[in-house]
Design a protein around this ligand. Structure first.
Ligand SMILES: Cc1ncc(COP(=O)(O)O)c(C=O)c1O
Length: 445
């Protein structure tokens, strides 16, 4: 029997037309969206229903870290769905129990208690709730160049322009500047940035601040790898003032940077660590808030006022356990490190040869290219929160050549699945190399 949900019955055009007619695409004016129809995927590739192959050079939304179509995860999901698809979060299940214990092994320091959510935004919502309940304080510091999710609180924490339409948002959130100030102005040192933060803490009143939330390595706002000393300094400032440090690793966690968690590069232990995306590599919807023992202790006798129907969803927890096993069996964290070193070299080579490249940054397989149109003023190839003819043309070229990646403002990303091989990485960057001829033409010296 042909079920309505049986895949491969629609053409790409039909998928697009019906999706556009009856569903809303995110962060877009609907008349402007131009979705890619996708029918199947395997490893680093996906295909349209008509069979056009794409290299997934962004792991979809920086989340399919282990690669597409892994049979081990698919089987785990099928088996869990057959045994027990759902149980109330007031019950205990084996996947919940095993995943909590597994994450306690992987997470840094004494982070060994987890609250499971449906994704990253809810993880951050619950992180600030935990911080407020534990400290009895209400303010939350967050950074401007950040994204923390699309729900009310997470949207308020978000510093980038996606926040604007949701303002005024929840009370008590104070934004601070990052060490990075954009392609024209560049970086502050760790010392300068920490001095600014110290001043804000003093002016806001440290006794009013529950937490500082930050992406350990900032994702969509530029793959911003913090200068050495910055995170250690933030840790020290937070400890000194009793402010909880919340690291949002929804994008940076699970091998993306070449370590299980990005904080591992700087050997710091935040008080709260949020995660999603790579936790299941997006095979199922799951986020988590990890907390240190001291925070978990607070809720031994105090109520944790938080809950979700799908908290600790058995199928999602089973998907996460199988995904973690894949990272381990296939040595994907090591591969991210090794291929990351190669990607860094190849990006540096592109930078030397293409005048439109203003900066390249990467850590592990988390990478980004910033494009400029003037080598003296370093004017970006597209304005802040905008686009330009050249960026649109570059995006079209990638698509035509079968390279899928995220093109945002004057930047594009290089975030392949962690299972990528050297020939695949070279093939993808060869397409990038050719595409950059388009933007090079726009450069004034
Ligand atoms: C750093 C960061 N935090 C939070 C989120 C929100 O996660 P979700 O979309 O799963 O709610 C994202 C999503 O891109 C993210 O990159």
């Amino acid at each position: 029997m042909q079920l309505e949900t049986t895949p491969k019955t629609m053409t790409g055009e039909e998928m697009i037309a019906l999706s556009k007619k009856h569903t809303l695409f995110e962060w877009s004016a609907q008349s402007k969206v131009d979705p890619l129809p996708v029918a199947r995927a395997k490893g680093i590739y996906f295909w349209t229903p008509e069979g056009k192959r794409f290299i997934d050079f962004n792991s979809q939304l920086m989340c399919v870290n282990i690669g597409h179509g892994d049979d081990r995860v698919i089987r785990a999901i099928q088996e869990q769905a057959a045994a027990l698809a759902y149980a109330s979060p007031f019950m205990a299940t084996e996947p919940r129990a095993r995943l909590g214990a597994k994450l306690a092994e992987l997470a840094p320091g004494d982070i060994d208690v987890f609250f499971f959510t449906n994704g990253g935004a809810e993880a951050n919502e619950n992180a600030i709730k935990l911080a407020r309940l534990t400290t009895g304080r209400h303010k939350i510091l967050a950074r401007y160049r950040s994204y923390h999710g699309g729900t009310a609180g997470s949207m308020t924490l978000t510093g980038d322009p996606r926040r604007w339409a949701s303002e005024p948002g929840i009370p008590g959130v104070v934004h601070v500047l990052d060490p990075y100030h954009g392609i024209e102005r560049g970086w502050d040192s760790a010392e300068q940035s920490l001095a600014m933060l110290t001043e804000v803490i003093e002016l806001e009143g440290p006794q009013t601040i529950a937490a500082f939330i930050l992406e350990t390595v900032t994702g969509t706002n530029g793959v911003l790898v913090p200068p050495d000393g910055y995170l250690q300094g933030v840790r020290e400032l937070c400890t000194r003032h009793g402010i909880l440090m919340i690291c949002d690793e929804v994008m940076a966690g699970f091998g993306r940077t070449g370590e299980w968690f990005a904080v591992d590069h700087w050997k710091i232990v935040p008080d709260i660590l949020t995660m999603a995306k790579g936790l299941t590599s997006a095979y199922a919807q799951l986020g988590a808030v990890g907390m240190r023992r001291s925070i978990a202790e607070h809720f031994r006798d105090n109520v944790f006022y938080g809950g979700l129907t799908y908290n600790s969803h058995p199928v999602a927890c089973a998907a996460a356990l199988a995904t973690i096993q894949v990272y381990q069996e296939d040595h994907l964290i090591e591969n991210a490190r090794k291929m990351g070193a190669l990607m860094k070299e190849l990006l540096a080579d592109l930078e030397r040869r293409h005048p439109s490249i203003g900066a390249v940054r990467s850590i592990g397989l988390f990478g980004l290219v910033e494009l400029i149109r003037n080598r003296t003023t370093r004017q970006p190839m597209a304005p802040f929160n905008g686009t330009s003819d050249e960026m649109i043309a570059l995006g079209k070229f990638f698509r035509q050549e079968g390279l899928y990646t995220f093109v945002r403002w004057h930047t594009f990303f290089t975030n392949p699945p962690l299972c990528i091989t050297e020939p695949q990485l070279r093939e993808a960057l060869a397409i990038v190399d050719r595409g950059l001829e388009i933007t090079d033409k726009a450069v004034a010296q």
